[in-house]
Structure formats: C-alpha cells, structure tokens
Design a protein around this ligand. Structure first.
Ligand SMILES: C[S@@+](CC[C@H](N)C(=O)[O-])C[C@H]1O[C@@H](n2cnc3c(N)ncnc32)[C@H](O)[C@@H]1O
Length: 252
C-alpha cells in the first residue's frame, strides 16, 4: 500500500464507519421527503454513503423501488448490509457508480435524492445533468452547505473558502438551482444536532480509537488532527453555517 492509499484507509477508519457519512438524521430525511409532491415509485439515491437515508426512503415509500449509488465499494457494501438486515432487499439495489453518470435510463426517476453529496459534482452541474433522468413531474432533493450569516468571522470564512469555494448562503444555492432551470418547492436548514448526534459525536470516538491504535504514526496523527480541526470549527461556529435541504423540480 502506498502512502496515499494508507492515508485514505486511515481516513476511512474515522469517516467511513459512522452511522452516516455527513450531517443529517432520519427525522430530517423524512421532513424533506414530506416536501416532495406525489408518491414516488422510482427513487435514485446518489452518494448513498452507508445508506442511512436509503433506509428511510425505502421504509417511508413502501411502493417504491430504490437504486442507491456510491463511488466507494465499502459504502455500497454497508448499504447492502443494512438493507438486507431490514428485509428491504427486494425493493432496494445498491450499486457502485458515479453520480455524474448514474446507471439508470433517461426519463425514469420520480425522485432523485442526494443527501450531503451534491457538492462532489456541484449544484448547477448535477441538477442540469440529472434533468434527463427525471420522469415527468419528477423531483430532486439534496442537501448542501450554507452560510447562516452574511459576514462570518475570518477564521471560519477562510476555512470554508479553502474546503469548498462555492459555499454560499441559501439565496446563493437558490441562484444555482435557478441557473440549472429548476424551481424550489421547499427548503429548510438542518439544526446543529444534525451534525453532532450521528456524525461528529461518533467521529470523536473513531478519532480516539485511531490515536490509541497508532499512537506514534504521523499519518494517523494527521488524519486525526484534520478530523478534530473540522469538529472544532463546527463547535466554535455552528451559528454561522449548516446544511440546507432543498427540494426542487424542473421549471417546465
Ligand atoms: C458526505 S458523504 C454523504 C453520504 C450519505 N448520503 C450520508 O449522508 O450519510 C458523500 C458520499 O458521496 C460519495 N461520492 C463522492 N463522489 C461521488 C460520485 N462522483 N458518485 C457517487 N458517489 C460519490 C462518497 O463516497 C460518500 O459516500
């Protein structure tokens, strides 16, 4: 294993075995689903991670077939495990794939879900690309980092600008949605609890485990330090940023 592979393997020890791979929670997935018009029968869950929202979507939509897609095989395997344990395997398929070219036929999807993952492609680019996959009347739901304040302090503004240059307030996300030819059906902002309960709190335990297992390993220390810095940033500035959930449809 070369140094890059090893660093990524250690990164996955901290980030890859959490209940969810980003801020969120079942109640917020259900709240966003409540904004979706109609009763979707075909659902595409892009960037599914370990499948937390996949399980909510499949349970809340008993008449739907769900295809869950992630670039990382380990995430797909974990989603498959959760789906099988819940007895949902007949309606849910988890596959390795790229959200920039999802493995479904054009015009077939009633609902495209992308929780905490659309940043990998970009809001406008992703929405524009997914439009051809939607069935008539179809909907896209996604969550995206947003500023909650107009003038964040320099420390957090500079950190996010380095991490994710397109970061904007809700109005900026609305502008990116409109630029892709969509309108917003509804939106809301995740509370701070959505970052702590199933994401940063268990991540702290993974960081401790990694430091205990490899106390003198500089690569492990680098991964642990990076994760701790991210958690510390949210601890200091949770009033300045969060994720917004956006439910959108093509304008015509
Ligand atoms: C922040 S995680 C969110 C995962 C999950 N939706 C959740 O909220 O727990 C982003 C996920 O997107 C996946 N990903 C990144 N780029 C991707 C791509 N181009 N296509 C599909 N999945 C991708 C990553 O492997 C990761 O599992």
């Amino acid at each position: 294993m070369d140094q890059t592979d090893r660093s990524f393997a250690l990164f996955l020890e901290v980030y890859g075995t959490l209940p969810r791979a980003g801020p969120g929670g079942d109640e917020y997935t259900r709240r966003a689903l409540g904004l979706v018009p109609g009763a979707p029968k075909t659902v595409l869950d892009l960037g599914c991670g370990p499948g937390a929202q996949t399980m909510v979507l499949a349970s809340a939509l008993p008449g739907a077939r769900v295809v869950a897609v992630d670039l990382l095989e380990s995430m797909v395997v974990e989603t498959e495990r959760r789906v099988a344990d819940a007895g949902l395997g007949d309606r849910v398929e988890a596959v390795v794939g790229d959200m920039a070219a999802p493995p479904v036929e054009p015009g077939t999807q009633d609902l495209i879900w992308c929780e905490g993952a659309i940043y990998n492609v970009g809001v406008t680019e992703a929405l524009a690309g997914w439009r051809a996959l939607l069935a008539p009347g179809g909907t896209v739901a996604f969550s995206e980092p947003v500023w909650l304040v107009d003038s964040p302090p320099d420390e957090v503004r500079e950190w996010w600008t380095a991490e994710y240059p397109p970061m904007s307030g809700r109005a900026g996300v609305e502008a990116r949605i409109a630029a892709a030819g969509y309108r917003t059906v509804g939106s809301f902002v995740l509370p701070a609890a959505a970052w702590w309960d199933e994401y940063y709190a268990p991540m702290r335990d993974r960081i401790t485990d990694l430091r205990d297992r490899l106390p003198d390993d500089p690569t492990a220390a680098e991964v642990a330090d990076g994760a701790e810095a991210e958690i510390g940033m949210f601890g200091r500035y949770s009033d300045c940023y969060s994720y917004g959930f956006f439910v959108v449809q093509p304008r015509d």
